[in-house]
Ligand binder design. Structure first.
Ligand code: CIR
Length: 258
């Protein structure tokens, strides 16, 4: 597995915020926590490769939003926040080394990678303040030819679909049902976040383990009770920028022949 990451930008103090009030971010601590996150990914078997730093792009550490990487191709997004659009060219340039086919979301559609949840051959696409219904057809055009179904999912009161639901096992999702209609996920097994931890649904499944913020001990206990292996990381500073576990990396299989 390859994990693409990007250094935390010193301008993160000017990040986009939608649901949180601005709090001061300790840049040194954010860098340390991000480094710890990268070490955990490496420990779990990822080959961690850092994209070039983008010191003038406040949210550039959140690389997940710039692309979705499937085995067959990569789709470069067009982020919903104007300030984040300059993040995509360097991500696209890096992905050219791994996928021979790159599709691009075209204007006027907007899409953040945080709104895409892939489960097997289904891509759930969150309709949020960042991603609009117009991209559904673009996603179907790009991924449908490889047998992927694209299912739109309304999300409310949170930033992205993956703020409300993420994979924690092959057929298991961690969900906050207050932010997404979980009946859309059909036969999947669901684990609810602890009601005292509404922000706790974002977990990053890597191999057989889940990379998970230390800030949500009650939900962590629920995961462990279900036999899920959890690796906790402290992400307090990136959380102040509305970042979480999935958004700091793009993880995909390295395929021979690109
Ligand atoms: C933003 O508002 O775009 C950033 N401050 C946070 C993005 C987090 N991305 C993600 O969870 N996929």
């Amino acid at each position: 597995m390859i994990a693409l990451t990007r250094p935390v930008s010193p301008s993160i103090v000017r990040c986009e915020l939608t649901h949180l009030a601005r709090e001061s971010i300790d840049f040194g601590l954010a860098v340390g926590q991000h480094g710890e996150y990268e070490s955990v990914l490496a420990d779990l078997g990822c080959d961690v490769r850092r994209l070039p730093a983008e010191p003038d792009l406040p949210d550039s550490v959140f690389v997940e939003d710039a692309a979705i990487v499937l085995d067959e191709c990569a789709i470069i997004t067009r982020p919903g926040a104007q300030s984040r659009r300059p993040e995509t060219p360097s991500v696209a340039a890096a992905l050219e080394a791994y996928r021979s086919l790159l599709h691009r979301i075209e204007e006027p559609g907007t899409l953040d990678g945080g709104d895409l949840l892939t489960v097997g051959r289904t891509i759930y696409a969150g309709l949020s303040s960042r991603s609009d219904a117009g991209v559904i057809e673009q996603l179907r055009f790009a991924a449908g030819r490889y047998g992927y179904r694209v299912k739109p999912v309304a999300v409310s009161r949170c930033l992205h679909l993956k703020s409300a639901a993420t994979r924690v096992g092959p057929g298991t999702l961690l969900v906050n049902r207050r932010w997404v209609d979980a009946s859309l996920f059909g036969e999947m097994e669901l684990i609810d976040v602890d009601p005292a931890e509404p922000m706790a649904a974002n977990a990053l499944l890597v191999g057989g383990s889940v990379v998970y913020p230390a800030a949500f001990p009650l939900t962590r206990e629920r995961l462990e009770k279900r036999g899920i292996l959890v690796r906790t990381v402290d992400l307090t500073e990136l959380a102040k920028a509305e970042g979480a576990a999935t958004c700091c990396s793009l993880i995909f299989r390295e395929l021979s022949g690109g």
